[in-house]
Design a protein around this ligand. Structure first.
Ligand code: F6P
Length: 363
């Protein structure tokens, strides 16, 4: 194998540094040289963005958040924003240059750590002949072929801790607190944190909600002497017959819209419909920050070392997946086919309903 390169792409997630640590340590043990491409694919295009990673460079990073390589969610080499002479931004296909850089450097494998967007790019490079191994990263946990992505457990812990703290202030003021959490088009973070954080209402993208049902739950709490309520709203949730709220694409080269705003809308509707004192907050990027939980660290370390084993066995155009109780190599094409959504028949959804949590539908 000789030389390999690792990159981190898309939104950051706690555990990225643990993957880098495991890749550097495991590959060095096999006698390979490891390089890191900074900010996604920039290292393939510009030598200044390529760093040699020695075991000493990764000491102590397992417990740290973010990524020592930097990342970007507007760095798709098939549609890269670049400025022309008139200082106007244009989208250019630089994938050929990435392939040239990869070959010129003599790499035998690219370990691409990313969510569905980054892994789709990795798969396109694999189709062009790059030996790629993918590692599933995202706080959203929305990758189909793996039971878990790393980063999710930490995001859920952060959201649950926030909900725990909101209970006391909501109770003191007899208020409704509406909390918007991340997750894109999947409700995993909302469901897991909402159940664990004792929410009264959880609104998921998978279940279009009815505001009357939501307000009825809050009013029912009042009738039972509970004068406060906690409502968890996934950023991708929408009203029955309504639209997902977003803030547009933001930056050039960004493939997906930035979701957000549904929490404040729900809060406003509660105020308007039942006159209850209501506040809303957006947990936002707090969910992506900080030290990975033990679960995420261990998963990330296992993913990293399994990715190196896959490279050693020549298992390319594949992603390492956690398929309990083992790690497996799944085709990248299968991993990116569709986004994993909450199974409405799962025991977590049944648990939420059994313990009296309103999911915004009529059941
Ligand atoms: O995919 C991870 C994620 O945090 C989503 O939950 C969220 O919608 C998005 O990224 C936010 O992206 P950005 O960091 O560009 O605001």
């Amino acid at each position: 194998m000789g030389k390999i390169v690792i990159s981190t792409g898309g939104g950051d997630a706690p555990g990225l540094n643990a993957v880098i640590f495991a890749v550097v340590k495991s590959a060095t043990k096999l006698g390979w040289e490891v390089y890191g491409s900074r900010h996604g694919y920039m290292g393939f295009l510009d030598r200044d963005e390529l760093v040699r990673l020695m075991p000493s460079d990764v000491e102590g990073i397992t417990s740290t958040g973010g990524t020592i390589l930097g990342t970007t969610n507007k760095g798709n080499p098939f549609s890269m924003p670049v400025k022309n002479f008139a200082d106007e931004e244009m989208l250019v296909d630089v994938s050929g240059k990435v392939m040239d850089g990869f070959k010129r450097m003599g790499f035998g494998c690219h370990i691409a750590v990313g969510g569905d967007g980054s892994l789709e790019i990795a798969h396109r490079f694999a189709e062009m002949g790059m030996p790629v191994v993918g590692v599933p990263k995202t706080i959203d946990n929305d990758l189909e072929a793996t039971d878990r992505t790393f980063g999710f457990d930490t995001a859920v812990s952060t959201a649950t801790e926030a909900l725990d703290k909101l209970h006391s202030t909501a109770k003191s003021h007899d208020r409704v607190m509406v909390v918007e959490v991340m997750g894109r088009d999947s409700g995993w973070i909302a469901l897991y944190s909402g159940i664990s954080g004792d929410a009264d209402v959880i609104l998921l993208p998978e279940i279009p909600f009815d505001m009357e049902t939501v307000c009825a739950k809050i009013s029912e709490n009042e009738l039972h002497g509970k004068h406060y309520s906690i409502v968890v709203v996934a950023e991708g949730a929408k009203e029955e017959g309504g639209e997902v709220r977003n803030r547009g694409k933001g930056e050039a080269g960004r493939a997906e819209v930035v979701l957000g705003g549904i929490g404040e809308w729900v809060a406003e509707e509660i105020r308007r419909r039942i006159g209850k004192d209501t506040r809303s907050l957006v947990l936002g990027h707090l969910q992506r920050g900080g030290s990975p939980t033990t679960f995420d660290r261990l998963l990330a370390l296992r993913f990293g070392s399994a990715a190196v084993r896959m490279a050693a066995e020549g298992l390319f155009d594949r992603m390492v997946a956690w398929t309990p109780p083992t790690m497996s190599a799944v085709l990248l094409a299968d991993a990116i086919r569709c986004r994993k959504q909450v199974d409405l028949k799962s025991d977590k959804v049944l648990t939420a309903r059994s313990i009296g949590i309103c999911l915004g539908d009529k059941e």
